[in-house]
Design a protein around this ligand. Structure first.
Ligand code: FES
Ligand SMILES: [Fe+2]
Length: 369
């Protein structure tokens, strides 16, 4: 049977990476599975809010979380993330960043306070209830970064904790970062977001796909760690390349050229000596995705050197392999692959988490909580 004919693929990922097989092709090629992934995976996690900037004077900023139209609002020190969809007949409320005290629906004039409650609703005298308020979403903050989630499976602080730890060990401060919008790039990719992420999760491909990047990293010292809600890959810098020198923690005494975090489900946090580059991988419909780059800077003079330099070249190389795998997944002859036990444990970890989230597998053992 062609893998695309499987209406309800389920898969287990063996806990032993040496025995495990990768997910079936239908994980990527089945439209029903795509819908389930949106619902059970993307809506379950935190993602970066691209637009709100707490340093800006604008208090009402439309944004999105896992495909949901949302609006970040601030009143004094209080911030919220609300649905940007009118509770009457679903018109979008706010189109552009602004400073207003009330959100007014352009369709039939319903007005909402910045806590989401209804202020006035023409034509609805005595016919409104609490369900007419705008739903609130979960909002998380780290320094000047803001994150949102529809139905987060873990509290924000727990999800973000490994990043905080790496920053602390390296003596770095999120508060010292300055937003650099010259690095804002959105890359549409004609392949599922899963394939883009999977490529990020292993360094196995680096010598084959990224000859320029290979020169800046001591690949023999490349380290990685499995986290309860993600993975960390550590690029050890070659002599003469810019590096962090953590004084505490697991990597104390090493010269770290890059911390590369993946956080469930689709957030990449790349920490370089010059600053932080974050990527949000958005699902853009079946077989399509958009990778959105945003950057914050500590030291602009280091911007184009070391493991964090030449990012556009590396990006093009990564996208080309995602497209190549997407083309190959259409083949009726491809079923399931295997993991390199020494090179693909991060990918294996992600697939095990994915199988649990999709209800294909029992929860992971306590060692991964
Ligand atoms: S859709 Fe908003 S008031 Fe009707
Ligand atoms: Fe890559």
């Amino acid at each position: 049977m062609n893998a695309t004919e499987d209406p309800n693929p389920s898969f287990e990922i063996d806990a032993d990476v040496r025995l495990a097989r990768t997910p079936p092709a239908s994980l990527y090629t089945d439209r029903g599975t795509h819908a389930r992934i949106r619902e059970r995976v993307l809506a379950s996690g935190w993602s970066l809010l691209l637009e709100p900037d707490p340093h800006s004077a604008l208090d009402v900023v439309p944004c999105s979380v896992a495909g949901e139209p949302t609006v970040w609002v601030r009143r004094g020190a209080e911030e919220r993330l609300l649905s940007n969809v009118c509770t009457h007949r679903a018109a979008l409320l706010v189109d552009a960043p602004c400073n207003v005290d009330v959100l007014r629906c352009p369709y039939h004039g319903r007005r909402f306070r910045l806590d989401g409650s209804v202020l006035t609703a023409p034509g609805f005298d005595g016919a409104l209830g609490p369900e007419d308020a705008l739903p609130s979403l979960a909002l998380g903050a780290a320094g000047i970064l803001r994150f949102g989630a529809v139905a987060p499976r873990v509290p924000f602080a727990e999800w973000w904790a490994p990043v905080d730890e790496a920053l602390r060990d390296s003596g770095l401060e999120l508060a010292a970062l300055v937003r650099d919008s010259t690095g804002d790039i959105d890359y549409p990719i004609e392949a599922p977001w899963l394939l883009y992420l999977e490529n990020y999760l292993e360094a196995f491909h680096i010598p084959f796909v990224h000859p320029e990047l290979s020169k800046t990293l001591a690949l023999e010292d490349y380290a990685h760690a499995l986290l309860p809600h993600g993975t960390l890959q550590v690029g050890v810098a070659r002599e003469g390349q810019p590096a962090f020198e953590p004084t505490t923690g697991r990597y104390a005494g090493q010269r770290v050229g890059a911390w590369w975090f993946w956080l469930w489900p689709a957030t990449l946090v790349n920490i370089y000596p010059w600053g932080v580059s974050m990527n949000r991988i958005d699902d853009a419909g079946f077989g399509r995705s958009v990778v959105r780059y945003r950057a914050w800077i500590w030291d602009a003079s280091l911007r184009n050197v070391g493991a964090g330099g030449a990012l556009d070249v590396v990006e093009a190389q990564d996208q080309s392999v995602a497209l190549r795998a997407w083309a190959g997944l259409q083949s009726a002859l491809y079923r399931r692959g295997r993991y390199s036990p020494t090179q693909e444990s991060g990918l294996h970890h992600f697939h095990r988490m994915l199988a649990v989230a999709l209800g294909s597998s029992r929860p992971l053992g306590v060692e991964l909580r």
